[in-house]
Design a protein around this ligand. Structure first.
Ligand SMILES: CC(C)(COP(=O)(O)OP(=O)(O)OC[C@H]1O[C@@H](n2cnc3c(N)ncnc32)[C@H](O)[C@@H]1OP(=O)(O)O)[C@@H](O)C(=O)NCCC(=O)NCCS
Length: 262
């Protein structure tokens, strides 16, 4: 475990990602398993398939091992979490207060072949999807997306359709996860405008949603060919945002020069 804490500034999102399927060393898996709380271990044992138990273990290790990088005084096994009304885990308030971590927020996302953890000092949401998992994209969009998004997908086919579809899907998930209230929010009551790569991503809200587009920053990027990712942070775009990305295993030495996401 590294010795000095990683600093997380107000205007930053730190992203940590891992491919669970690439991790098979028994010794390391046993170390991660020892980090689980009794509740987490019980949850792990409820999965029927070993690959789901494995993915669950890696996701927990990613959360616990990464949080310790920001507060090395707390061992990975010692983190305690509370669960919000809609299932969102947070660092337990008493533990956060005892260590001056009140502002530290995180959000986890996992899918086939990837687990991604985002940390920030504000309402943060992350979503990763597997782009190869395709169904009837246009049908799903018609059912769930808002009218401007459905219109923007018209005329797109094949790879272009899949890319734009997953842009919207991941951004919508990241936003509802940042709000911490789940899809009860209504996925068609807010919509995104996604321009060329690198252009600002804009959100708009139905009036009854009572949220302000000017208070949200978004980023999207791919991990390899297969995994689109979106981030949402309640922070005015004008205030600036730096996003850093680390790849690798929980508990490994930290790369001093992480990638930057524009
Ligand atoms: C949590 C939720 C918001 C997203 O779930 P998901 O996309 O299946 O899963 P992700 O891997 O991205 O996120 C799951 C993690 O988010 C966290 N989480 C759980 N509830 C959460 C909430 N209400 N808000 C934010 N994060 C939450 C947990 O850490 C969870 O991991 P865990 O179950 O291993 O502890 C889920 O409640 C949901 O409603 N999903 C809707 C899926 C959908 O139809 N999307 C359409 C998009 S257009």
């Amino acid at each position: 475990m590294q010795e000095s804490a990683i600093e997380l500034g107000e205007g930053e999102i730190h992203v940590w990602e891992v491919d669970p399927e690439g991790l098979t060393a028994a010794e390391r898996l046993a170390r991660y398993a020892a980090w689980l709380s009794p509740d987490e271990e019980a949850r792990r044992q409820r999965f029927i398939f070993e690959r789901h138990r494995h993915a669950f273990l890696i996701a927990r290790a990613l959360v616990r091992g990464t949080l310790t990088r920001y507060a090395p005084v707390i061992e990975p096994a010692a983190w305690r979490f509370s669960i919000g009304a809609h299932g969102r885990p947070e660092i337990e308030a008493a533990q956060a207060a005892a260590h001056g971590l009140e502002g530290l927020r995180f959000n986890l996302s996992h899918t086939d072949g990837r687990a991604v953890l985002a940390l920030a000092r504000g309402e943060i949401g992350v979503d990763v999807e597997a782009r190869r998992r395709r169904g009837n994209l246009r049908g799903i969009a018609d059912h769930f997306f808002a009218a401007p998004e459905v219109a923007a997908l018209e005329g797109l086919e094949g790879e272009a359709l899949a890319r734009r579809f997953f842009d919207y899907w991941t951004l919508k998930e990241a936003y509802i996860k940042a709000r911490g209230i789940g899809i009860s929010l209504g996925l068609d009551r807010f919509w995104f405008e996604v321009g060329a790569p690198g252009a600002a991503i804009r959100i708009d809200f139905a009036p009854d949603l009572e949220d302000d587009p000017a208070s949200w920053s978004f980023r999207r990027f791919d991990l390899g060919e297969a995994h689109p990712v979106a981030l949402a942070l309640r922070r005015p775009p004008a205030a600036g945002l730096a996003v850093r990305l680390w790849s690798g295993l929980p508990g490994d030495p930290v790369d001093d020069a992480p990638a930057t996401i524009e």
